[in-house]
Write a protein that binds this ligand. Structure first.
Ligand SMILES: Cc1cc2nc3c(=O)[nH]c(=O)nc-3n(C[C@H](O)[C@H](O)[C@H](O)COP(=O)(O)O)c2cc1C
Length: 166
């Protein structure tokens, strides 16, 4: 049941020093590729970074210690010439990836790429991402060091449902 993964998915910001199997990385990217895209443009691609020196450079650009500590960083990118819904396409792909990672016992967090601080441009340059591609986040991936508490029924707020009219 997907609600199990939805409840168990929490942001993980501490990772164990344990490699993630290549097949698990592929499964997570597959989940991202199977997400809906506007007009089925299928323009989302994925940059996978495991090299410590490159992760350190990414940390220098975007900050937050977990960026250099996570065994894997995945940067979902999309081709702006093939979609006018880049943010939406990348967001749904990211959530699919979060849920598949959770199902595999792996932790993730959404690390934002802030355009106002030129983070996106610096990351694109560092990773050689072609000009027409854009990204909104970096997805660190690894076995959780911390054990975040799952979302519970008590977190559900029925008061946010508006039936027929607000
Ligand atoms: C659009 C967006 C941007 C986020 N940016 C960051 C970020 O840059 N760094 C970070 O540590 N967490 C970031 N988060 C994670 C949120 O802080 C987190 O999802 C929220 O606190 C709820 O906790 P949960 O994910 O454990 O349910 C972001 C989440 C979203 C949806």
């Amino acid at each position: 049941m997907v609600m199990k993964e939805i409840s168990n998915r929490r942001s993980v910001r501490e990772y164990r020093d344990k490699a993630v199997a290549e097949k698990d990385i592929v499964e997570i990217i597959k989940a991202g590729q199977f997400a809906p895209t506007a007009r089925h443009n299928q323009a989302v691609e994925f940059v996978v970074v495991k090299n410590q020196k490159i992760k350190d450079k990414i940390f220098e650009i975007v900050g937050q210690e977990f960026v250099k500590e996570a065994p894997v960083l995945i940067v979902p990118v999309t081709d702006k010439t093939k979609t006018n819904c880049s943010v939406q396409d990348l967001s749904v792909a990211s959530e699919n990836m979060f849920l598949q990672a959770t199902a595999l016992g792996l932790g993730t967090v959404w690390k934002a790429l802030k355009t106002e601080f030129a983070e996106l441009e610096e990351i694109k340059k560092l990773l050689g991402i072609p000009e027409q591609f854009t990204a909104i986040n970096i997805i660190p991936l690894g076995y959780p060091e911390e054990k975040p508490v799952p979302h519970k029924v008590i977190d559900f707020d029925a008061g946010k449902i508006h039936k027929e009219k607000w």
